[in-house]
Design a protein. Structure first.
Length: 536
């Protein structure tokens, strides 16, 4: 018995807290939900981008034409089709057309992804057909023998006529791939994660993952298409009849006219809620959310704090946060999903103890492409659900509160050793974010003996911030340096760029050393160098 070591009370709460509600998913395929919207309201606006719009009827017709072309090119259910595009209406046509052809789309932002990474994606995913726009064809890696390049703005794909529904070589199955997303690759080569139709429909077509989106709602599309939260924006909007507001370069401009925002905390922190009077629903995920940011948006909208890696399909826990809540938690498992807090031996921990979160249920993706060693490390048989089900090791630390909410306590790889003591970096940042005037904080390990923290905005007093940490945490948790910054640098996926922060710290130190006045002679660098090292 996997729970026999727990007390009867903890056994009962383990199942009560860790099991999401069992809910019937209305459709196993999200793109079929989009097709229903096109049939019900063909003239409704599906998306807009830089002044151009497309209706649901036209989007569906163009996607049908593309699907027919893909099938003629030999694309079959189970195949992977590269979607190497920039934000645009053709991006949406390519995505839906690929799903209609029974294949999984493999998205990459053609304007940001290095050529070497594109080649890695093509090779790892076994891509034989790449979709792009004509202006970006030269950025697509040269095709291997048998590989086809299709430009989404070809005349034969933009015409109004269609031959009707596409006939697939075999029926599409819920466990077929919907998309393949490649991790950011910050610790090595990016890994491709295969996410199924069952996975995607389960989060986007049930509450709260559907975010209450209804026909006529405007949903901002802010995120990089290679990031899994972009699927939440795009498919979550179109499956429910909303209008997708695809941004240009100005994120805030798209947010200002939206009813629903889905973002990382880093992206959301760059948007002024006072400029977004229409926004009624906000969801964040991808990195820990600072309490001040959550409270600011919760005062004027339904604010959902969420958590879940790509491998558990966008998010697998959610909670609507209120300003008067004692804690900012990540809530409970979403429908048909489970969360377990386990020790290093994968044994269930008593309620309230800190452990690693494992995810089970319909959120668990099909696994990594061509990496059985990593699959064996991160996926395991689920002893609590049984029946051949699998669970996924999230590497997130958490614990259950007495009333069944999950506290997110950082990541196992954010636990570092400083002076021989174990430190959770997010715990230090959380204290810093409680300092008056501090909206964001990031703490990093500088060396074996010290931490460095970065705080926003630039007028936060570093000494006050350090004293706040010293007042509540052990001495080895107090950052040796606190650097105020105007904004935190972002990766192309809208998360904090930690490498850029460490480089900024090194540049500041170098500038400070260079400005030191020698015993004789002028400063080594003029004062302009100091300003250049200042916060951006």
């Amino acid at each position: 018995m996997p729970l026999s070591h727990l007390s009867p009370r903890d056994r009962a709460l383990f199942r009560q807290f860790g099991q999401g509600p069992e809910v019937l998913v209305p459709d196993p395929f999200v793109h079929q939900a989009v097709e229903r919207q096109a049939m019900a309201a063909p003239h409704a606006v599906a998306a807009e981008h830089l002044g151009t719009t497309i209706t649901y009827g036209e989007l569906n017709r163009r996607a049908d034409r593309l699907a027919a072309r893909l099938v003629r090119e030999g694309v079959r259910p189970g195949d992977h089709v590269g979607l190497f595009v920039r934000r645009s209406v053709p991006m949406l046509v390519g995505l839906l057309g690929t799903l209609k052809a029974g294949a999984a789309y493999v998205p990459q932002d053609i304007g940001l992804t290095p050529a070497a990474q594109l080649r890695h994606v093509v090779r790892t995913a076994g891509i034989r057909v790449v979709l792009t726009q004509s202006e970006h064809t030269l950025r697509v890696p040269p095709a291997d023998a048998g590989q086809r390049l299709i430009t989404l703005d070809d005349d034969d794909l933009t015409g109004p006529a269609t031959d009707g529904p596409v006939r697939l070589a075999r029926p599409l199955r819920p466990d077929d791939g919907c998309y393949v997303l490649f991790t950011s690759g910050t610790t090595g080569k990016p890994n491709g994660v295969k996410v199924t139709h069952r996975n995607v429909a389960n989060i986007l077509l049930t509450s709260p993952g559907d975010l209450g989106i209804r026909p006529g709602d405007r949903v901002a599309q802010l995120l990089n298409i290679a990031f899994d939260m972009a699927a939440w924006e795009i498919l979550g909007c179109l499956a429910h009849g909303g209008t997708l507001v695809v941004r240009g370069k100005d994120i805030a401009a798209a947010a200002r006219t939206a009813d629903v925002l889905i973002a990382t905390p880093t992206v959301l922190s760059g948007i002024d809620p006072a400029d977004c009077p229409r926004v009624r629903t906000v969801a964040v995920a991808g990195e820990p959310c600072p309490r001040p940011l959550a409270d600011t948006w919760a005062r004027r909208s339904a604010f959902h704090n969420s958590c879940g890696p790509t491998e558990t399909t966008i998010v697998n826990t959610m909670r609507r946060h209120h300003v008067d809540d004692a804690l900012l938690t990540i809530g409970r498992p979403t429908p048909n999903n489970t969360v377990y807090v386990l020790d290093e031996h994968r044994r269930a921990l008593p309620i309230g103890e800190v452990g690693e979160m494992w995810a089970g249920g319909d959120c668990v993706s099909a696994g990594y492409l061509n990496n059985e060693a990593l699959n064996a490390e991160r996926y395991a048989p689920d002893p609590f659900l049984g029946g051949g089900r699998r669970m996924f090791r999230t590497r997130d630390l958490g614990r259950w509160t007495p009333d069944g909410e999950l506290e997110h306590l950082g990541r196992t790889d954010d636990q570092v050793k400083v002076r021989g003591f174990r430190v959770e970096l997010d715990s230090v940042s959380a204290v810093l974010e409680s300092v008056a005037g501090c909206s964001r904080a990031v703490t990093l390990k500088r060396d074996a003996r010290s931490l460095i923290s970065f705080v926003c905005p630039a007028d936060v007093d570093p000494d006050t911030a350090r004293r706040a940490v010293a007042a509540v945490l052990p001495y080895y948790c107090v950052p040796a340096t606190v650097l105020p910054v105007a904004v935190l640098p972002e990766t192309d996926r809208g998360k904090v760029d930690r490498g850029a922060l460490l480089r900024l710290a090194a540049e500041r130190e170098e500038a400070a050393r260079a400005l030191t006045v020698p015993a004789e002679g002028p400063p080594l660098l003029p004062m302009a160098a100091a300003r250049e090292g200042a916060v951006r």
